[in-house]
Design a protein around this ligand. Structure first.
Ligand SMILES: *Cc1c(COP(=O)(O)O)cnc(C)c1O
Length: 379
């Protein structure tokens, strides 16, 4: 009998070791990983440079609180803002980053109302949940935040609902949990323009799409837009808990000592890991992610679109969704992939979701495509 609250439907095996893009379970079975621990271990497992940096910090200092100057936080912040006029707040997770963004937006604008999108996901704490467009995970909890409205994603005509009454709009560049739906370029640019003309802050949730996942450090960089606030977590420290809010410098006036805080935020061990992660996300790595992603999407389209069970193939970089018709539950496909030694994910809308480590080889991706094709074409 498990002593854990039953909040997760867990597979009955345990991952006990990782190396590169491979994971091993407690039965000694080896898997090719297409999950990155849900978009977290973007650089794969057991990377020596990361291990060493973390081990060193582990023997130096675990925690000292945010009462003192932190050169580690400053270093990571410098790598995140890349010379732009921005400020950073560190926390421990995606939902915390979005909570901080809600507070910052409300304080800075003096307005309450927030706009978000249907099928969005921004986290599980009550504030982040309030801006999440998924009724199923919000029910039974009593009152959430007031003053949150939802409009349809990728719908130009819906943008006129964003009026100057709103403090901010929260958007994902690719709705990950929502089924790997990629923002249309024209729509996203129109969204930025609408926010600017109405004096509404544009907050881009890059918790899943950030840290190189789509072939840019941040996915919004594909579109040439400039969000007022960016939220980050998942891949930021390759598996150590770490989140961040990046905001335009002028927003800084709204956050003064006492406005917001976190005991663990910016923890030295997480910061050392994040620092190393940012060293590894080079222009070359990002180019390779783009190339591998384009190649993979093309190959999947070629092999899978003819199959009647495949509804849609979507994605950018190494964030890929294969939406299946309802006659084949994605959970069954995951079980079959496990038997073939491949770990993958699901998302809303019966979607098979692939988030492989960014360091995966074309050969490994090719192997994965072969297995996915084999399993789907057997239906
Ligand atoms: C995972 C995710 C979150 C929540 O992150 P946690 O670290 O689980 O709190 C928020 N937004 C997006 C887009 C995510 O994918």
């Amino acid at each position: 009998m498990s002593l854990l609250f039953n909040t997760y439907k867990r597979f009955p095996f345990e991952i006990i070791h990782g190396e590169g893009v491979h994971l091993t379970d407690n039965h000694g079975k080896r898997y090719l990983d297409l999950t990155s621990g849900i978009g977290v271990c973007n650089l794969g497992y057991n990377l020596e440079t990361l291990n060493q940096a973390v081990a060193q910090q582990l023997h130096r200092l675990w925690h000292a609180s945010n009462l003192y100057h932190s050169s580690l936080q400053e270093q990571v912040a410098a790598k995140l803002v890349q010379g732009k006029d921005q400020l950073v707040f560190f926390c421990n997770s995606g939902t915390e980053a979005n909570e901080a963004a809600i507070k910052l937006a409300r304080k800075y604008t003096g307005k309450q109302k927030l706009m978000a999108f249907h099928q969005s996901f921004h986290g599980r704490t009550l504030g982040a949940l309030s801006i999440t467009g998924n009724e199923a995970i919000k029910s039974g909890l009593g009152a959430l935040l007031n003053d949150v409205d939802f409009i349809h994603y990728n719908e130009i005509s819906a943008l006129s609902s964003i009026t100057s009454d709103y403090a901010a709009v929260f958007v994902e560049i690719i709705q990950g949990e929502g089924g790997v739906t990629v923002a249309d370029s024209e729509w996203l640019i129109a969204l930025e323009k609408q926010c600017q003309t109405q004096g509404v802050l544009l907050i881009v949730d890059e918790v899943q799409t950030g840290m190189g996942r789509t072939g840019k450090l941040f996915a919004h960089q594909h579109y040439g837009i400039q969000p007022d606030i960016i939220t980050l977590a998942k891949g930021l420290a390759n598996g150590l808990p770490c989140g961040a809010v990046i905001g335009k410098k002028q927003l800084g006036q709204a956050f003064q000592p006492g406005s917001h805080g976190s005991t663990f935020g910016g923890n030295p061990i997480a910061m050392v890991a994040a620092n190393q992660v940012l060293n590894h996300i080079t222009p070359l790595l990002l180019e390779e992610v783009q190339a591998k992603g384009e190649w993979m999407l093309k190959k999947l389209a070629k092999k899978l679109t003819a199959l009647s069970v495949v509804k849609r193939i979507s994605g950018k970089g190494l964030m890929i969704g294969i939406q299946l018709t309802d006659c084949i539950p994605v959970a069954d496909v995951l079980d079959k992939l496990h038997k073939q030694g491949i770990l993958a994910l699901s998302a809303r809308g019966n979607t098979l979701r692939l988030l492989p480590p960014l360091i995966i080889s074309k050969e490994a991706l090719d192997k994965a495509i072969t297995h996915i094709h084999q399993i789907l074409s057997a239906y």
